[in-house]
Design a protein around this ligand. Structure first.
Ligand code: ADP
Length: 497
């Protein structure tokens, strides 16, 4: 038999299940896409039963494909902030899952801001007052769906983010728990006291009894119902997807950072055992809790990373597939002064400008599709430098290297340019599935499959390191030009005064 850990990765667009061996090598992966529902402009929902069915099916398939695997524990990682409410007695959802991208509570956030909640929310939760997070989504359910508030007050309902919902279902309703990494994305959790914040709950009129118990990210919190997976596998690791990726990248010491280049981009830097407030547009968040210790991170999200490449393909039609962006970018020596700011949905960290819109500047008669493709890739690296500048300003340190993952890291041009423009080495690991691996590590540490974090850190293997090669003056000049281009994009869609 091969000892193994099962990781369940419930993402925004798919459910996946991966078995990992002791070397952190994937033994087998199963995945299933998840349907996106857009019932109104700005609304995004998932069907909770589809989330569950997809996760259960992929877990069973991964186990069935490796009858030789002796599964010692399972870990869960998940799309964060997405909000679910279900019946305590039956586990039946009372409404679709409201997905993190959903903007329906923008007005509520404005009212809270007018009532002076912005500063307390930032200080206590580390977050910005934004519809992105779970708190106002849960309040919306109680305020707008008939009968839910009365039922909540009678104790009939229970709230959870996706981790909590999966754990509830996996244990046949026996546990109602979350971990601090997920709790810290609800806007209801005080990251200093590590407890739900009664004042914020009161401001949002959310009964505390709806909320799960907060348990460590690495601990046995229950067992999977044997009727589901054939045996009572201990559930021993839970973390939100970006925090799990940082764990899978073994970013264990302060100053270590990872960037995930997926549809969007998420940079997390470990800041140690105390939360670090941000004055430069980052989020201050719990990374994980383990062995009685909590680690914190600074986080910067950019909305458009791989999505810019999707736009080259589907919007402009200048590439046939994502990989062609690299061949095209390499077909020219430079963009010839062209900058593309992909602010298709406003700008995230560190600008937080909902009115910014995409722009291409510096076009000349010689600019063609290669220059534009190259500018799109460069923009992903420049946006990452924007976040790194904010990290540097908030934390006072530069990461020694940037560990990278996500679909775009297949692009060597991007990673070399990233190293050049950030002036910081970029490291691509051998195991690309860092999010699932992080959940597996958290679970495996709790059951002694891995002895300690040192052992996990030693297991992290480099596939390729990209060293900065561009002269520093040139990188600085290019970055200044990028910042000028960003200025052109900002505020574009603001209502006219
Ligand atoms: P997500 O988890 O957000 O769905 P993934 O981590 O799977 O995203 O990454 C997919 C993204 O990576 C897509 O937006 C795609 O355009 C981009 N991508 C994939 N391969 C490449 C490549 N070789 N060069 C540039 N971008 C790529």
């Amino acid at each position: 038999m091969t000892p193994a850990i099962l990781a369940l990765d419930q993402g925004t667009t798919s459910s996946r299940a991966i078995l990992f061996d002791h070397d952190g090598r994937p033994l087998g992966t199963r995945g299933r896409p998840l349907t996106q529902h857009y019932p109104q402009p700005g609304w995004v929902e998932h069907d909770p039963d589809e989330i569950w069915a997809g996760q259960l099916e992929t877990a069973r398939a991964a186990l069935a494909a490796r009858p030789d695997a002796d599964v010692l524990a399972l870990g869960v990682t998940n799309q964060r902030e997405t909000t679910l409410l279900w019946e305590r007695a039956t586990g039946r959802p009372v409404y679709p899952a409201i997905v993190w991208q959903d903007r329906r509570t923008a007005g509520h956030c404005e009212r809270l801001r007018a009532d002076g909640w912005e500063t307390p929310v930032r200080e206590r939760t580390g977050l910005l007052l934004d519809p992105y997070f779970s708190g106002t989504k849960l309040a919306w359910l109680l305020d707008h769906v008939d009968g839910l508030r009365a039922r909540a007050e009678r104790g009939e309902l229970t709230f959870g983010t996706v981790d909590t919902f999966l754990l509830w279902r996996l244990t046949g309703g026996r546990v109602h728990v979350t971990d601090p990494s997920n709790a810290s994305r609800t806007m209801l959790f005080n990251i200093h006291r590590l407890d739900w914040d009664d004042d914020i709950l009161h401001a949002l009129a959310i009964p505390r009894a709806l909320l799960p118990e907060v348990r460590p990210s690495s601990a046995v919190v229950g067992h999977a119902d044997p009727a589901l997976l054939g045996r009572a596998i201990p559930i021993a690791g839970v973390a939100g997807d970006q925090q799990a990726a940082a764990f899978g990248q073994a970013c264990f010491t302060p100053g270590m950072a990872k960037q995930t280049y997926g549809t969007g981009g998420f940079l997390l830097m470990n800041v140690g055992d105390r939360p670090r407030p941000s004055r430069h547009g980052l989020l201050s968040t719990v990374a994980w809790s383990l062995d009685g210790r909590v680690s914190y991170a600074l986080e910067g999200a950019i909305f458009v990373a791989g999505a810019a490449i999707q736009w080259l393909r589907d919007g402009l039609g200048i590439i046939a597939d994502a990989a062609e962006s690299e061949r095209l970018a390499r077909a020219v020596d430079s963009t010839g002064g062209v900058y593309l700011v992909p602010a298709f949905a406003g700008l995230g960290a560190p600008y937080w400008d909902p009115y910014a819109r995409g722009t291409i500047v510096g076009l000349t008669r010689g600019s063609g599709r290669a220059e534009i493709a190259r500018a799109a890739l460069e923009a992903v690296a420049f946006q990452t430098r924007d976040v790194l500048e904010a990290v540097r300003a908030d934390a006072g340190v530069d990461p020694a290297a940037l560990r990278v993952d996500g679909g775009m890291v297949a692009n060597d041009f991007l990673l070399q340019f990233q190293a050049d423009v950030a002036g910081c080495p970029v490291e691509r690991p051998a195991v690309a599935e860092t999010t699932a691996l992080g959940a597996a590590y958290l679970a495996g540490l709790a059951v002694g499959f891995w002895a300690d974090q040192q052992e996990v850190a030693r297991g992290w293997r480099l596939e390729r390191r990209f060293e900065p090669r561009m002269p520093a003056e040139e990188a600085a000049r290019r970055y200044r030009e990028w910042q000028r281009a960003v200025e052109r994009a900002r505020g574009w869609a603001a209502p006219e005064a």
